[in-house]
Design a protein around this ligand. Structure first.
Ligand SMILES: NC(=O)c1ccc[n+]([C@@H]2O[C@H](COP(=O)([O-])OP(=O)(O)OC[C@H]3O[C@@H](n4cnc5c(N)ncnc54)[C@H](O)[C@@H]3O)[C@@H](O)[C@H]2O)c1
Length: 355
């Protein structure tokens, strides 16, 4: 049994996503468990070098998480032939240029979404990656949510019959910052010049969720709205929020499924989770949140009668059955996340998708 070292140049690890999801919950966790087991019994052990603008800050982070290497010199890091993967979770605006630089330096690349704020740039970097023959991947994390894995299981088991439609509701109230609670998202999310906007942030997720679970997206119509045009930033300064903070989208999928997904940072939640997907099929329906999933088969479908003269007597929420926890899901996910070369049926989960 051998241990293979995998040198990863990690950029943007001081940010929300870079630190919590990618450094702490992925790389540090994988290192703690002794690496990722390969099918031949070998293990892959990630050996990251943390990169950031502020040398002291990344050095402190590295120390805190038991990582030996950090630097503020990205160019020098890219020159090290022993580090074969470049990862980026920093600002959206810079991603495409950084990926281009890393690909030209011969690195494999993996990154947060979106890969760019413009289609032309995204296509150019994807083509470059293909041309250079490197491995390339972008986060498609929502596919691995237990709630959506359960939807996948229902689909594979034939539970839905023919899937007719999907309705997604994503969002919650993001405080404006000028009263009560401080805003719980970074202010750049609400500025066009900084790569903000909910369409840029969320529609890339919906694209791969729909493509992979319900059918390739053939057409999309999306109305973006800026409901709250002024917000207060981290320094207490009022700024113009000049991007969409809500998006109302309808998708037509191959196979005839119609999907509607609302994404909003200006909505108050009265549903089971911050995102829910309601799937209607001829034989059954299901509603999934991040982890839970409820089903209603055709034989259990009630027969409500429209009668505005009487208060509703049916408790619709009680007419659904919760799916049990899926054993084996954790192991399957660890396998999927750990492999740089996923098996063909998961390949979609790590390839850069064209918009
Ligand atoms: N997969 C998901 O569900 C998900 C969720 C949130 C954000 N994201 C993506 O992750 C990325 C980061 O988002 P975040 O919420 O962590 O943001 P953040 O503001 O918390 O972090 C941004 C990071 O970029 C760095 N940075 C900012 N400006 C820079 C500059 N000029 N030069 C060098 N570094 C710079 C910061 O130091 C920090 O490390 C974005 O592209 C965003 O779209 C993905």
């Amino acid at each position: 049994m051998a241990t293979q070292r995998l040198g990863i140049i990690m950029n943007g690890v001081t940010g929300r996503m870079g630190l919590n999801q990618h450094l702490v919950r992925s790389i540090v966790a994988i290192r703690k468990q002794g690496g990722v087991a390969l099918s031949n019994g070998d293990r892959v052990m990630p050996d990251p070098i943390l990169v950031g603008r502020n040398a002291e800050k990344v050095a402190a982070l590295a120390k805190q998480y038991g990582i030996e290497r950090s630097t503020s010199d990205l160019d020098a890091a890219l020159k090290n032939p022993d580090d074969t993967v470049f990862f980026d979770a920093a600002t959206t605006q810079m991603r495409c240029d950084l990926l281009t630089k890393a690909i030209n330096a011969g690195k494999h690349v993996y990154c947060e979404k979106p890969i760019s704020d413009s289609l032309d740039k995204a296509l150019a970097v994807a083509k470059l990656a293909k041309q250079k023959g490197i491995k390339h991947g972008v986060v498609q994390d929502k596919l691995f949510l237990p709630g959506l894995r359960k939807i996948q299981l229902l689909k594979e088991s034939g539970f839905f019959g023919k899937i007719l439609s999907v309705r997604g509701e994503f969002g919650y109230w993001v405080f404006e910052g000028d009263w009560g609670q401080p805003a719980q998202r970074p202010s750049w999310n609400y500025r066009a010049a900084d790569g903000g906007g909910i369409i840029l942030d969320m529609l890339c997720h919906w694209r791969y969720v729909l493509d992979n679970l319900f059918g390739n997206v053939k057409a999309v119509s999306c109305l973006g709205a800026t409901h709250i045009p002024s917000r207060v930033d981290e320094q207490g300064k009022t700024y113009n929020a000049d991007v969409d903070d809500a998006a109302y989208a309808t998708f037509e999928l191959e196979g005839g499924v119609i999907a509607q997904i609302n994404s909003s940072w200006v909505t108050r939640v009265k549903r089971d989770d911050l995102v829910t997907f309601h799937v209607d099929g001829t034989h059954g329906s299901a509603v999934a949140g991040l982890t839970r999933c409820y089903t209603q088969h055709r034989v259990n479908t009630p027969r409500p009668v429209w009668n505005p003269d009487e208060p509703q007597t049916m408790k619709f929420q009680d007419q659904w059955e919760e799916m049990p926890r899926q054993h084996g899901l954790r192991q399957r996910l660890q396998g999927a996340v750990g492999r740089f070369h996923p098996p063909p049926d998961r390949r979609h989960a790590v390839e850069i998708r064209f918009a």
